[in-house]
Design a protein around this ligand. Sequence first.
Ligand code: HEC
Length: 158
Amino acid sequence: MKKAAKLKKFLIGIIVLVIFIQFVRPQKNSGERYPSGNYTTVLSVPADIKQAVETSCMDCHSNSTHHLWYEEIQPVGWWINNHIHEGKDELNFSEFATYSVKRQAHKLEECAEQIESGEMPMNSYLWMHDEARLSEEQKVKLKNWFMMQSQALKFSSP
Ligand code: HEC
């Protein structure tokens, strides 16, 4: 086969594959964000903290994601779905009350660490979600709040 013919076959193969994978859709993360076991039912959460967690963390750490149009395009949707699954496994604010108190305290401490180190919210998320970027002031507030909640829980049940 000539080189050009080979290339053409290859490109057609890629196009068919790209079309085909569009039909393999991940399930949407579309439960309730604040069901009865959500974190605000066991912690007292000031309005500004709740708002910051809402815009910067909840898309990946809750039972409900505000999905955007480009998630309809595979494999972008798969990639994002993977983040949501991993994020929820690590920490789910919608089901926070179901964790043992020890685990709650540990997760809150991790939150403070993740914010301090700048690892969360994930960089790749910030490309398309500028509103989720935390200001220095918000970072300090969140970090302190998470740390204080964690200490309070550890103190209440050592
Ligand atoms: C784009 C999705 C996304 C967003 C937004 C996001 N996370 Fe995560 N988060 C993940 C993923 C994926 C993991 C698991 C893999 C990892 O640790 O990188 C994770 C892990 C974590 C962990 C466990 C890390 C550890 O110690 O191993 C904590 C705590 C956490 N996130 C807190 C937060 C907080 C707090 C916010 C908001 C300020 C946030 N995340 C925003 C996706 C996200």
